[in-house]
Each structure stands twice: as structure tokens, then as C-alpha cells.
Design a protein around this ligand. Structure first.
Ligand SMILES: [Zn+2]
Ligand SMILES: [Zn+2]
Length: 166
């Protein structure tokens, strides 16, 4: 059985007896009706999507490319230490490594940043909302997005939900 989704953060949850969502601590009984128009769905980056705007559910053939950037959670501090060691090495040798320093810095920055790409149907009217739109979660190539219910229904029509293992 699928758990109901919180109407604030859209996490699948079992609300506490007073209606509090354990994930976002908001009251699930007091969500603005507007929130009920949306639902969280799992979408993978290579999935076929319906010609339907994911934010308002209206027909659209427009496809927008989204890019999401995150700092990698691992090794931020370790990388700083490695960089410091490299600087010290540079000070000691003062030779060729000085030339490599900017490259090394760039390499570290790139490693620390995770970049995700996905193409999603989004109509002209909803385009202004694009910059604020973020996935709820990303795991590898599987995203959870807050989408309009109509989009969810049309998505389910072309890609039936995976049967859950008992
Ligand atoms: Zn919540
Ligand atoms: Zn739209």
C-alpha cells in the first residue's frame, strides 16, 4: 500500500494523530486547497513523458531542459585539505606545480558539484516558474517531482506504475 503524500512537502508519510507531517512538521489537515492539485511522482531522465505541462496539466509540446546543481555531500573538507597539501607542496617545490594549481582548483570544484540534466514538458504560461522549480529528491537518474495531478494521470496512462514487490 502506498502511503499518502503530505500536501506540503509531498513526502510519502504517515501523519501523526494531530495531523503533523513527520518530514516537514506542517499540519497536513491545513494545507491550502491549491496544494491538493499537485502530487509527487518518480520520473527517470530517459523516460517518455506525455505532451502535457507538468505544472498546470494543460497540453503542450514544449520541452524545457532543466539543469540542477548541487554541492556534493562528500569530501568537501577532505578536498580542502588536499588543496592545502597541494599549496604546501607548491611552496616547497615552487616549480611546475605552480602552473598546475589553477587546474587542480578547477578539478576540485568540479568534483564537488553534482550536475543533473533532465528534459520536461513545460508550457509557455508556466515558463516563469522554471527557475524556482526543483526536484523533491534525486537518486541517480530517478527524480521525484511535484507535478500537476493531470500530468500524473497522463504519465500513468503511458507508463503504468511499476508493481511493488510484496
Ligand atoms: Zn510534509
Ligand atoms: Zn503549464
Amino acid at each position: 500500500m502506498d502511503l499518502p503524500q503530505c500536501p506540503h512537502c509531498y513526502a510519502p508519510i504517515m501523519a501523526q494523530p494531530d495531523g503533523t507531517c513527520p518530514a516537514c512538521r506542517k499540519n497536513t489537515l491545513e494545507a491550502p486547497p491549491e496544494n491538493r492539485k499537485y502530487v509527487a511522482v518518480e520520473i527517470s531522465a530517459d523516460q517518455t513523458l506525455p505532451p502535457c505541462c507538468m505544472l498546470c496539466g494543460r497540453d503542450t509540446r514544449r520541452i524545457e531542459h532543466f539543469e540542477f546543481r548541487y554541492d556534493s555531500h562528500l569530501g568537501g573538507e577532505l578536498d580542502e585539505q588536499a588543496y592545502l597539501a597541494f599549496v604546501l607542496l607548491t611552496l616547497c617545490t615552487c616549480g611546475i606545480s605552480l602552473l598546475l594549481l589553477p587546474h587542480y582548483r578547477r578539478y576540485l570544484n568540479k568534483r564537488r558539484e553534482m550536475v543533473y540534466h533532465i528534459a520536461l514538458p513545460l508550457c509557455d504560461a508556466c515558463l516563469p516558474k522554471k527557475s524556482r522549480y526543483r526536484p523533491l529528491t534525486i537518486e541517480g537518474t530517478a527524480y521525484h517531482f511535484k507535478v500537476h495531478r493531470d500530468f500524473r494521470d497522463r504519465l500513468a496512462a503511458i507508463a503504468p506504475p511499476k508493481p511493488t514487490l510484496a
